[in-house]
Ligand binder design. Structure first.
Ligand code: GAL
Length: 338
């Protein structure tokens, strides 16, 4: 196991960005302190050749200039909050609005754009960030950490947070996975441990309805190719130009298994979170990625483990309220085999 670091570059406003490499001889991850971004993740394919299974860029300039949150940590609240407004303890709050009329992925300057503090451990790095009271409209000074652990066969993200005033929290990672290292993701197969999903509207906001996957293209309870269904007339898929929905996890066993026959790589996602946003990169506009790669829409699958979108407006769903004096913690592991 080795951990090393190098200067990755400087942001437009002159902040230095560091790239950490964690290598265990089998897997190798490169993580930026900018957004705790997973820049590369090398995994051996069926012939033992390393494949970089996440999309990303070669320079900090590209991370700053492009949209899409490639590989980044998302917070305070991942996914959407309707109209960027909510009421907590009788007080009304207004958040930054950055996705049509709604708040998305923490706002205009979410955790993906912060440079986090870092502390190296034996096989992990603990990244920390202080989000001040009023940040993007959220109440409370929030101390948040993400420990990135390189396991023998995978990578674990351990999230924790504390606040000095009741607030909202829903942390995730926005890696774009492609188990062939590039090209269309539609030939990958997916299995989800989910029998229900949140029905979404044209803005990808939950309507409140929780629907069964059975008999629809949302049914991934048995391994199925992503391409088979991505162009269907199922309203949630049609409105989002592909998969972009929160699936409600059954609670026991891995949340998701993504496979590519070509590389032979199988990725298993396990999480303590109650949901996973399955997003087939429908809004990934054509762009240049690492090593001159061409990325375009549907070139990756994001599996964003999370609380349900807009849950602050749905009292019966698992709460994303973090109370003063309590500690938020959550854990997601992506493990790999062939
Ligand atoms: C996803 C979200 C998509 C899109 C994307 C970023 O998490 O579900 O609708 O906003 O992030 O481009």
């Amino acid at each position: 196991m080795s951990i090393s670091k190098r200067r990755f570059g400087f942001t437009k406003d002159g902040r230095e960005v560091t790239c950490f490499t964690i290598d265990n001889g089998k897997l190798k991850a490169e993580i930026l302190d900018y957004g705790v971004t997973i820049k590369n993740l090398f995994v051996p394919d069926k012939s033992g050749k390393p494949v970089d299974v996440v999309l990303g860029y070669d320079s900090i300039k590209e991370y700053e200039e492009n949209d899409g949150y490639l590989g980044a940590t998302i917070g305070r609240v991942g996914n959407r909050i309707a109209k960027g407004k909510f009421t907590l303890n009788g007080e009304d709050y207004t958040l930054a609005v950055n996705n049509g009329p709604n708040h998305l992925h923490g706002g205009l300057k979410g955790f993906d754009k912060a440079i986090w503090g870092s502390e190296e451990r034996e096989n992990s790095i603990i990244f920390s960030h202080l989000s001040p009271d009023g940040d993007e409209g959220y109440p409370g000074n929030l101390k948040v950490t993400v420990e990135v652990i390189l396991e023998e066969n995978g990578i674990t993200l351990n999230y924790s947070a504390e606040t000095d005033k009741d607030t909202l929290i829903n942390l995730t990672n926005h890696s774009y996975f492609n188990l062939n290292g590039g090209g269309s993701v539609l030939n990958h197969t997916l299995k989800l441990n989910a029998e229900k999903f949140n029905v979404g509207d044209g803005d990808c906001l939950p309507t409140g309805e929780i629907a069964s996957v059975f008999g629809t293209v949302m049914d991934f309870t048995k391994e199925r190719s992503i391409g088979n269904g991505v162009d269907s007339d199922e309203p949630c898929v049609r409105l989002s130009r592909g998969y972009d929905s929160n699936f409600i996890l059954n609670g026991e066993g891995p949340a998701a298994v993504l496979k590519s026959e070509r590389s032979g790589i199988i990725m298993t996602v396990s999480t303590t979170e109650p949901g996973v946003q399955v997003y087939s990169a429908n809004f990934l506009t054509p762009r240049r990625g690492k090593n001159g790669a061409d990325y375009t829409y549907r070139h990756a699958l994001c599996l964003e483990t999370q609380h349900f979108p807009d849950s602050v407006h749905h009292k019966d769903w698992p709460t994303c309220v973090l109370k003063k004096g309590e500690r938020f913690s959550s854990k997601t592991t992506y493990s790999f085999n062939v």
